[in-house]
Design a protein around this ligand. Structure first.
Ligand SMILES: *Cc1c(COP(=O)(O)O)cnc(C)c1O
Length: 348
């Protein structure tokens, strides 16, 4: 007989209403276009299955993952025809899986176009490179018969720096518009989260927000429309008293200047609380008191100063402040990294 797992020592409080509201706000900001959703990388670390379900209920009908391995979680929640795989068919196996599952491959090169056609073809999306030089068919290749022979649903391109103003956005928009005139397609798509704020010329028929769905502020002007979605919480495993002169954690990077009450919490770099927070992060007690990180963050544990919360007990939950723009500024990580590095040990 298998024993039931006890309560986890890490929780990711997830606000489904906020995710739903963020999608609706982005859909509205997308004007005449509909908003889709990037749910790759496990829904930016927040859980792809749950995110897909909530987004589908909100009205989203276009979902983007990167890897084929990410498909099962998403199609358990939404119809396969609404799912696109950004990496495209690398080989015959990928193409066969696309046909069998009913998801759309994103075609990124002439070779992928030929592979998809050779496997029988069918509905697909087409990524056109307009300056990223990462994935995508080049503009000069668009009149190739393999590209012209595709049954393209979404013709997409991806902006290199939509969170910044500059000529690069306009150049890419013009190249994408030209590509749209060259290849037959049902719908056109250019904007990611930040790109939505660049205005109607960037919207086409479909936008592809990711980070902003999950609470990231991709451009300052969207801050008032976007709500925080996830809050990581960690359990206090142990309280201890440390005397003046003692050190805390690996490599003894912190020496207690006086006797201190400290707490050890069940959170470490394996959970996405990376070592950049060492000696710098501040967790929060249940009533909001600040609990500064002492010494190094280790793989599974972090030690905090609990002087501000004398009533804190073993078993209590402390919160990792997750205001993404602020956390990014303090840690030096991007808002994307803060979310996608969240580990696999969080419970609901
Ligand atoms: C990840 C991704 C997105 C979403 O980008 P955000 O900046 O997170 O909004 C959109 N399109 C493509 C092709 C992507 O790879």
């Amino acid at each position: 007989m298998q024993a039931d797992l006890p309560e986890p020592a890490l929780r990711l409080a997830f606000d489904e209403d906020a995710l739903c509201a963020n999608w609706k706000a982005l859909d509205r900001l997308s004007g005449n276009a509909r908003a889709g959703a990037a749910v790759k990388a496990n829904g930016y670390g927040t859980g792809a299955a749950r995110a897909s379900r909530v987004l589908h209920d909100a009205g989203c009908r276009d979902f983007f993952v990167a890897h084929w391995s990410e498909v099962p979680q998403v199609i358990a929640q939404v119809p396969p025809a609404q799912v696109s795989v950004l990496h495209g068919p690398r080989n015959e196996g990928d193409a066969a899986f696309a046909r069998a599952s009913g998801v759309k491959p994103v075609i990124n090169s002439l070779a992928q176009a030929q592979r998809w056609l050779a496997s029988g073809g069918g509905r697909c999306d087409l990524m056109v490179d307009t300056g990223m030089n990462r994935l995508g068919v080049s503009l000069g290749e668009l009149d190739h018969e393999a590209v012209q022979g595709l049954d393209v649903d979404v013709l997409l391109s991806h902006l290199v720096a939509s969170e910044e103003d500059g000529a690069h956005n306009e150049r890419q928009q013009e190249a994408w518009a030209a590509a749209c005139g060259t290849v037959r397609h049902a719908r056109a798509s250019l904007a990611n989260s930040a790109g939505i704020m660049l205005g109607p010329d960037y919207h086409g028929n479909l936008t592809r927000p990711g980070i902003a769905l999950y609470g990231g502020i991709a451009r300052p002007e969207m801050a008032s429309d976007i709500r925080q979605v996830v809050r990581p919480l960690a359990a206090v495993l142990q309280l201890r008293d440390v005397s003046a002169g003692e050190t805390i954690g690996y490599n003894a990077t912190f020496t207690a200047p006086r006797s201190m009450r400290v707490a050890t919490v069940a959170l470490g770099y394996a959970d996405g609380y990376l070592r950049c927070w060492s000696g710098k992060g501040v967790l929060r007690a249940p009533c909001g008191e600040p609990l500064p990180v002492l010494g190094r963050v280790s793989m599974d544990l972090t030690v905090i100063d609990v002087a501000a919360a004398p009533s804190l007990r073993e078993g209590d939950w402390v919160e990792v402040p997750f205001d993404l723009p602020y956390a990014a500024q303090v840690s030096g990580l991007s808002q994307y990294e803060l979310l996608t590095t969240l580990g696999r040990r969080f419970g609901a």
